[in-house]
Design a protein around this ligand. Structure first.
Ligand SMILES: *Cc1c(COP(=O)(O)O)cnc(C)c1O
Length: 452
């Protein structure tokens, strides 16, 4: 007789197809989460793991947070879902006001959707149609950063640039202009300012030449996430923003990963006082509870769509679950907790703890670069620290290290050979320290001890 756990494993292998997963890997090392509490997850065998990646960059206050659970229960007593097409609901309306007040001034309108990718699709279509609606029909192209990531729907993939994920879909994509992203560690100068200025110059050349056909530029502010946790040099984001303004190109900042406190500011744009024309966010918005995402924009863009119906300027876009009440209710409770539990301050203070502890990691023989902003960290492993030569990709060193971490009691997913550390924003110093010891141990054993 199979135990309940074993039955579930069998079913998962037989019926499921998991995202971003080679199912052959899953079959070798299956895992089913049964419950969660605070910053820990429990599997169907009762083994506990630190949620070292916030369940893929979402979780803020830990799991089963009393106030968030309660907000959903209270909303459930009223209604679970009704549509936002042509009407609205109570929490979606309240949340919109809160968001307009919290986001950089000038972002005055909220358009809801249900995932980061859809919030990006909306941003792209909104920017494209904005120029049409005001009669600038030549502005149709997008600029995106090398190595950028904006989600997995076809539009979002078209402004993405991660070869492993995106190359195969090339024939499906619309063309966008790529501009270099400042990856200091891999820049010949290894100097942030030199790398930054070179990238800004290249962008300026492109915009000077092509701005008449460019609708918008999209960028992940301060830290490129899925591309490998690559942190921008100071002054790059504000430089990009200035160039966009100078050449009349809309700036879309994709805050899906960086938004809601992750980088130590409520939004990553705040680090450099940048106000985009369009901003997307998702992930942390509901504290990691439910799928709500937002695309916010200025009154100027909104007004270009506002007219008599027969002018056909309306934004013909929406999703079945747009503005879902349960999601908006939990987002409101999440924002309350940001205030009452001083989450952004917590990230600012504790990120210093992370930074200090991580300096020790430099003594490891295969840690090439450590990039951190707030609670968003990437550790790039290399075969040779001096030459920065990477490991053979077939070795899957990042993946091996993550499997080791799992054995030692922490879950996270690497990005190639970049180890990701993105704990829930409410993690305590003690929890952070324990998670980082697991990380240290896993990197050491996998890259050094067991290989020599
Ligand atoms: C995760 C992510 C997305 C996609 O969000 P989903 O909710 O997974 O569709 C888009 N942009 C960035 C920067 C992200 O990190």
């Amino acid at each position: 007789m199979l135990s309940h756990h074993e039955q579930l494993i069998e079913k998962s292998k037989k019926y499921l197809w998991l995202p971003f997963t080679q199912m052959k890997d899953y079959e070798k090392d299956p895992l089913i989460i049964e419950s969660g509490e605070g910053v820990k997850l429990k599997d169907t065998e009762g083994k506990l793991y630190y949620d070292g990646f916030s369940s893929v960059w979402l979780n803020v206050h830990g799991h089963r947070k009393k106030e968030l659970d309660e907000a959903i229960r209270v909303q459930l007593e009223k209604i679970a879902h009704s549509t936002l097409l042509g009407m609205t609901n109570v929490p979606a309306t309240e949340l919109a006001e809160r968001l307009v007040n919290l986001t950089p001034p000038g972002l005055d309108r909220v358009f809801y959707s249900d995932s980061g990718a859809t919030s990006v699709e909306i941003a792209l279509k909104m920017a494209f149609q904005y120029w049409r609606n005001i009669g600038e029909t030549k502005k149709q192209k997008f600029v995106t950063m090398n190595n950028g990531y904006h989600g997995d729907t076809v539009g979002a993939v078209s402004v993405g640039d991660i070869d492993v994920f995106h190359k195969v879909y090339k024939p499906l994509m619309f063309n966008s202009y790529k501009t270099p992203y400042p990856y200091t560690y891999r820049h010949p100068s290894n100097q942030a300012e030199v790398c930054r200025d070179e990238c800004l110059n290249e962008l300026e050349t492109l915009l000077k030449e092509r701005h008449e056909e460019i609708a918008a530029l999209i960028v992940e502010p301060m830290m490129q996430g899925a591309g490998g946790m690559i942190k921008m040099p100071k002054g790059f984001l504000s430089g990009v923003s200035k160039l966009c303004k100078a050449y009349d190109v809309l700036l879309i900042t994709d805050e899906v990963a960086t938004g809601f406190g992750r980088t130590g500011e409520l939004f990553a744009c705040n680090h450099e006082g940048v106000v985009p024309d369009i901003m997307t966010a998702g992930k942390g918005l509901t504290g990691g509870y439910l799928p709500i995402a937002i695309t916010m924009t200025s009154e100027r863009i909104y007004e270009a769509f506002y007219d008599d119906y027969t002018k056909l300027k309306a934004f013909f876009h929406g999703h079945s679950y747009t503005g879902n009440q349960l999601g908006c209710a939990v987002a409101l409770a999440n924002l309350d907790l940001f205030e009452s539990e001083k989450i952004v301050e917590n990230v600012q203070q504790k990120s210093k703890v992370i930074q200090e502890t991580l300096t020790k990691f430099h003594e490891l023989n295969h840690v090439g670069d450590i990039r951190q902003i707030g609670f968003m960290t990437g550790i790039e492993l290399v075969k040779n620290k001096q030459t920065k030569e990477p490991f053979q990709w077939e070795e899957r060193m990042g993946y091996q290290v993550s499997l080791k971490m799992r054995e030692l009691g922490m879950l996270t997913r690497p990005l190639g050979d970049v180890i990701v550390f993105m704990p829930p924003l409410a993690s305590t110093t003690e929890e952070l320290q324990e998670m980082m010891s697991i990380m240290y141990e896993a990197i050491y054993t996998t890259t050094e001890r067991d290989r020599s």
